[in-house]
Ligand binder design. Structure first.
Ligand code: MN
Length: 248
């Protein structure tokens, strides 16, 4: 088995090597990650300039692009054998609820699924400086179980780890994506040249504390595992909108 490990925090994240170490018993592990932090770049592709790839060590590469670029390089760059699985992370910070739409970490896993292989996105729910050794170990434990069940192609798991020692975790919970209460703020200031600028900011997201959601699981000390699919079609609305009789 050939596993692609990528992330959106960039090649300098210690989580990459910690994942590589934990996943090596499953097969060959190749790291292809952005050369800098690409958090919140979602599924962006670099189309208007070339991509440069640097070999940094055995099976370790950086790309001056997005997480999705990295996955495309792995599948179509003819540099490495085709991956059988994509593991993205471990992200420094949560990727829960609607935030999956912004996340480069989740996007890389989505790209893996789009390329036809199973994929896991993993995130550690903290903003504090962190070590990823224990979550990396848990990714391997979860992976062993899902592979033994036969993880289907194009399956995507979004995993969020509470920020607590492994011994203090309450267990693992299968969840649905939660709902975020948007309190984003745009900070307006003036730069040293007297020009106004805006900076997207805001407090940590607030969530509706609904049981069964990723947010609820993590905040009760559980590792959250959300199976995701990529079909955003609102099937119920196809039925209700039929009565609108839209016409041209
Ligand atoms: Mn990130």
């Amino acid at each position: 088995m050939h596993i692609l490990v990528t992330n959106d925090d960039g090649i300098a994240s210690p989580a990459l090597m910690q994942l590589k170490q934990q996943l090596t018993p499953f097969g060959r592990v190749t790291i292809i990650a952005p050369d800098r932090n690409q958090s919140a770049t979602s599924q962006a592709l670099t189309l208007h300039r070339p991509l440069r790839i640097h070999a940094l060590g055995e099976d370790v590469y950086s790309v001056d692009g997005t997480p999705t670029d990295c996955v495309l390089v792995a599948f179509h760059g003819k540099m490495v054998e085709r991956p059988d699985l994509v593991v993205s992370g471990i992200n420094h910070g949560p990727n829960m609820g609607e935030d999956v739409f912004y996340s480069g970490t989740v996007a890389a896993a989505i790209e893996g699924a789009l390329q036809g292989v199973p994929a896991i996105a993993a995130s550690l729910v903290t903003r504090q400086a962190s070590d990823f050794a224990e979550p990396a170990m848990l990714v391997a434990r979860l992976l062993r179980q899902v592979l033994s069940q036969g993880m289907p192609e194009r399956m995507l798991l979004n995993v969020n780890f509470p920020f607590r020692a492994m011994a203090d975790l309450a267990g693992v919970e299968l969840t649905r994506l939660g709902t975020r209460v948007y309190e984003d703020t745009l900070v307006k200031k003036v730069d040293p040249r007297g020009r106004e600028y805006y900076w997207i900011g805001g407090e940590d997201p607030i969530w509706r504390p609904e049981p069964g959601t990723d947010y609820h699981a993590v905040h009760s000390g559980h590792v959250s595992v959300t199976p995701m699919h990529l079909n955003l079609t609102d099937h119920a609305s196809i039925t209700t909108m039929a009565s609108w009789a839209l016409s041209l």
